[in-house]
Design a protein around this ligand. Structure first.
Ligand SMILES: C[S@@+](CC[C@H](N)C(=O)[O-])C[C@H]1O[C@@H](n2cnc3c(N)ncnc32)[C@H](O)[C@@H]1O
Length: 285
């Protein structure tokens, strides 16, 4: 009796198909996957093959390559890395609070890689703790990944493992689940009122905002982009912000070389400069 043939999702991705994945995700989402990520990519795409009953990585990529493919979004969602937490890189939040106190009139904040929502909810908590519950502020939270956006918008999290939140904040800003929801917590309506969610691909989507932002949090996403793509995104962020506004980036992201657009004002915090002497963004397609 011959051995049963392995499921497609158990077969190793070929080097050629891995290169196709790298090219596709770079072209469309700007994400530069390191060659060392082959087994991570295989694991993540194997789940897609199983879920969609697709016979091989090649067949999946043929479908994804077609414009308008319904598999494009699940493909992106599978390849993004969404690690985040409440009050991650906590030193940014007192700086934000100081900035908020100096503002006159409504404050507009964009959280540009919001992942599962812990970051925009942390921003909303900071706004209300600094300006009070009648704060004139709005937070727009976006991400390319539609799965994480659903979680972010629901604002429901497991109660354990929320290390960034102390007991006082947990009590003040979250409702504790009971009965079937025991072990879960939900953000309070005061926070929900401040935050609006939407999908934005930072590399390609048109950024049509009615007013420029005073503050942009774009943390731990540009680390996945190569230098020309970072330049493109920074140029787009610059165009979406008002002069004097603050850009907060991740702990290992350094944009001091982009001194025509932003000036360093603190640990991974940049001020949006008024005059732009910029080169045109480099073509990344
Ligand atoms: C590691 S998480 C960072 C989350 C949060 N900003 C933080 O620092 O905790 C990176 C997020 O960037 C998103 N992302 C990746 N490429 C993107 C793109 N081209 N446009 C918008 N978001 C993107 C991913 O979906 C992911 O949720």
């Amino acid at each position: 009796m011959s051995a049963p043939s392995p499921l497609a999702s158990e077969v190793a991705i070929s080097p050629g198909d891995f290169e196709r994945v790298r090219r596709l995700i770079k072209e469309r989402a700007g994400i530069h996957l390191q060659p060392s990520k082959q087994s991570m990519v295989q694991g993540r795409l194997a789940r897609l093959l199983r879920e969609h009953g697709i016979a091989s990585y090649g067949a999946l990529l043929d479908t994804v390559e077609r414009n308008g493919s319904p598999l494009w979004q699940p493909f992106v969602n599978a390849l993004t890395t969404n690690l985040t937490s409440f009050f991650r890189e906590a030193y940014h939040f007192p700086l934000l609070a100081e900035f908020l106190k100096q503002q006159r009139g409504p404050v507009r904040i964009w959280c540009a890689a919001a992942s599962t929502g812990e970051e925009p909810w942390s921003l909303a908590i900071t706004v209300l703790e600094t300006l009070g519950t009648a704060a004139q502020a709005s937070i727009y939270a976006s991400d390319i990944d539609t799965d994480v956006l659903r979680t972010a918008q629901a604002g429901v999290y497991p109660m354990d493992g929320e290390k960034g939140l102390d007991a006082g904040r947990l009590k003040r800003w979250f409702l504790k689940g009971t009965a079937a929801n025991a072990g879960l917590m939900r953000v309070r309506p005061e926070l929900k009122r401040l935050v609006e969610f939407g999908q934005i691909n930072l590399v390609h989507d048109p950024l049509r905002f009615q007013q420029p932002f005073d503050v942009v949090f774009c943390r731990n996403v540009m680390i996945y982009f190569d230098a020309p793509t970072q330049r493109t995104v920074l140029t787009r962020l610059h165009a979406s912000m008002r002069p004097g506004g603050l850009l907060f980036v991740g702990h290992s992201e350094n944009f001091s070389a982009q001194s025509d657009l932003f000036a360093l004002r603190g640990k991974t915090v940049y001020e949006r400069l008024a005059e732009r002497n910029a080169r045109e963004p480099e073509c990344i397609r």
